[in-house]
Design a protein around this ligand. Structure first.
Ligand code: ADP
Ligand code: ADP
Ligand code: MG
Length: 664
């Protein structure tokens, strides 16, 4: 086995590979760009080499630099992850020439599967079923049109060199063919530098089912069953699961053997995925056709790990080191059901536009990471890290495993509900909506699921106005109590008459201004009025947030304030409300789990405590200066100061952790 490998990637997959390497006592070398100087993957490896600028072409795609780094650090092998250089035959060859083991298939197999048209010609010879279509080398426009007419509309024009859902055009009728062909070729030449296309019959309401295969250097092959990746947006995967609902043992075996035949035909070694498009017939039967082979580890590989109990990165390392496959086909069994959700920085309500920004709050459900478990979270970021415009928008992968699909689904919904991200738009709520659709919950899967369920997927607001306001008011009162140790109505903006104090809050919810009135009755009870709604407001701090009761609703919520926006998370969903006088409260603690963070960029003026001090809730800990004002940071709860993380005079970024407080 290798004693040291270089990981030629970043983000979650670099961390993923590092985790298995560490478990196998293999040392790891990270490579990183300027933007990733402090990235999690750098910390996850034993050593790290800077390879250039932030843009991929200046760093993660510079294979000469990466090979130099491997040689300089004494690495024996290179793991390419997915994306970047993972399917680059020149890189695989250059590794071999430099005496490094490329942890992946031989360059010849990458080449054979690299172009969709050529690979289909090969698959045809190997007897693997193909979608009816044209995948020849003649690219004459009139001839392609003729082929499309022969296949019958609708057809799909695909860039042969395409990937990542790019370079595809569906054509419904003959008149539209020429324009679609021209635009597909334009995109193909721009994105892939190659404008060759192929034409396929557009399968109606298809499913995407792929088979995980593995080969070793001794010529053995196995398949590790299927993954259903039908839930897609813009031809890209959103949720992946295994086993595929409705899969029969006969069809699984047929597909598995077809995938192994595909791998064998190109003398494949290592982890690979054979993607099939599956036609669902009216009588319930299914027809599968080869689409493409991805010659690398797939994003969704943890789904297969969950149902087989196998670590696929370990398999990759063993096979690359020349060992035989760890298990034979008859030793592989499916256990239960697994689902993966890709958590991305994007705005589903705005056509899934990718978002960038800082993970001001990033809290995950309890679970394992990079290891099989009922709830697993794989990521390459930490709280405070940025999702930059240079790399893809995936923040994390949430993988759940249960004995049945229902159990996995319930577990996924709960896990998503416990994912708290503040600072940028994500698809977390959207994913929860997908789970609740009739189509997904009843496993009526196909690639048109998202458009079909549009009405219940987009622009959903599960936590309404009343609860959002109540949560924002409650969090303000709690922060005030923590900061001042006083009752909220000793404040300047509250007033008292006949033993009833009233206080006004100005909010904005979904762009609408609204005023909330809070009354403090002489018995200490609170009454909140929000527009037409009025009633008692009852809340108290519980483990996991604030137990909130208002207007006939009860929910445990968690809140975070960033600038003027209060983020409210509850079991039903998440929402945001703007507190217009938030500046008046700036400097209050943003405290969760013993972290005390700067509410805004500024300078640390002083600390009034030192490490080891015992503090009481509300006790001042530090003074910050920002926006020409001083703000006192107070203890949110009784505790002990564990560590001061800055010194007086230091400039700190918004969200920077100022000191650590431990309980008791
Ligand atoms: P998978 O096929 O493993 O489910 P994706 O298709 O989303 O996953 O691709 C995995 C990674 O590879 C992503 O980071 C994606 O951006 C990248 N990727 C896929 N195909 C290409 C390509 N042709 N060119 C550049 N990057 C690609
Ligand atoms: P990429 O390299 O971008 O992953 P694929 O060939 O794997 O391209 O196709 C991506 C997705 O496009 C599939 O998962 C499926 O949703 C859709 N698709 C591909 N081929 C067809 C087809 N012939 N009919 C209908 N949908 C298709
Ligand atoms: Mg594909």
């Amino acid at each position: 086995m290798f004693t040291k490998i270089l990981i030629a990637n970043r983000g979650e997959i670099a961390c993923r590979v590092a985790a298995t390497a560490r478990r196998m006592a293999i040392r790891t070398v990270a490579v990183y760009s300027d933007a990733d100087a402090n990235a999690k993957h750098v910390a996850a490896c034993d050593e790290a080499v800077h390879i250039g600028g932030s843009a991929p072409k200046d760093s993660y795609l510079r294979w000469e630099r990466i090979i130099e780094a491997a040689k300089a650090t004494g690495a024996q092998a290179v793991h390419p992850g997915y994306g970047f250089l993972s399917e680059n035959e020149d890189f695989a060859r250059a590794c071999a020439e430099a005496g490094l083991v490329f942890i992946g298939p031989p360059a010849s197999a990458i080449k054979a599967m690299g172009l969709k048209a050529e690979s289909k010609q090969l698959m045809e010879k190997a007897g693997v079923p193909l979608v009816p279509g044209y995948h020849g080398s003649d690219q004459d426009a009139a001839m392609l049109k003729h082929e499309a007419d022969r296949i019958g509309y609708p057809v799909l024009i695909k860039a042969s060199a395409g990937g990542g859902g790019k370079g595809m055009r569906a054509v419904d009728k003959a008149q539209d063919f020429d324009a679609a062909l021209a635009s597909c070729k334009r995109e193909a030449i721009n994105s892939f530098g190659d404008d060759a296309v192929l034409i396929e019959k557009y399968v109606q309401r298809p499913r995407h089912i792929e088979i995980q295969v593995f080969g070793d250097t001794l010529g053995n092959y196995v398949y590790l069953f299927e993954r259903d990746c039908s839930v897609q947006r813009r031809h890209q995967k959103v949720l992946e699961e295994a086993p595929a609902p409705g899969m029969t043992p006969e069809m699984r075996q047929q597909m598995g053997l077809a995938a192994v035949a595909a791998a064998r035909a190109v003398h494949y070694v290592g982890a690979g995925t054979v993607e099939f498009i599956v036609e669902q017939r009216a009588d319930g039967s299914m027809n599968f056709f080869f689409m493409e082979m991805n010659t690398r580890l797939q994003v969704e590989h943890p789904v297969t790990e969950a149902i087989t109990g196998q670590d696929l990165v370990e398999w990759q390392l063993r096979v690359a080191a020349g060992e035989p496959l760890p298990l034979s086909q008859d030793q592989l069994k499916i256990d239960g059901h697994a689902i993966e959700a890709r958590i991305c920085a994007e705005n589903p309500d705005n056509n899934f536009l990718p978002a960038t920004g800082t993970l001001v709050v990033y809290r995950k459900p309890a679970g394992s990471s990079f290891a099989i478990g009922p709830v697993r979270v794989d990521d390459g970021v930490r709280e405070g890290d940025a999702i930059s415009p240079f790399y893809d928008s995936m923040v994390a992968k949430l993988i759940v495993h249960g004995q049945t699909r229902e159990e996995a689904l319930a577990r996924l919904d709960t896990a998503l509900a416990h994912m708290r991200i503040v600072g940028l738009a994500t698809n977390v709520q959207f994913l929860r909506h997908v789970l609740t659709t009739r189509s997904f919950s009843q496993a009526d899967l196909d690639t048109a699921l998202i458009p079909r369920e549009e009405a219940v997927l987009f622009k959903q607001e599960k936590i309404g106005l009343a609860l959002a306001v109540a949560a924002a008011v409650a969090q303000t009162l709690l922060h005030e109590q923590a900061a001042e140790g006083a009752d909220p109505f000793s404040r300047a903006d509250g007033w008292r008459s006949h033993g009833v104090a009233t206080r006004r809050f100005d909010f904005e919810f979904k762009g609408e201004a609204l005023i909330a009135q809070l009354q403090y009755l002489h018995d200490g009870a609170l009454v909140l009025s929000v527009g037409e709604v009025s009633g008692p407001l009852v809340f108290h701090v519980v483990k996991g947030g604030i137990d909130l009761r208002f207007a006939g609703q009860r929910e445990t919520v968690q809140t975070w304030q960033k600038d003027e926006t209060v983020h409210v998370f509850g079991a039903r969903g998440a929402t945001q409300i703007v507190e217009l006088d938030a500046l008046a409260h700036a400097g209050e603690v943003h405290a969760e789990g013993g972290r005390l963070t700067a509410p805004m960029p500024g300078k640390v003026v002083s600390f009034s405590v030192q490490a080891g001090d015992k503090v009481k809730a509300g006790q001042p800990l530090a003074v910050m200066e920002a926006m020409k004002m001083e703000h006192t940071i107070a203890a949110p709860a009784d505790g002990t100061v564990a560590e001061l993380l800055y010194a007086p005079g230091d400039q700190v970024a918004e969200g920077a952790e100022l000191l650590k407080l431990s309980a008791g």
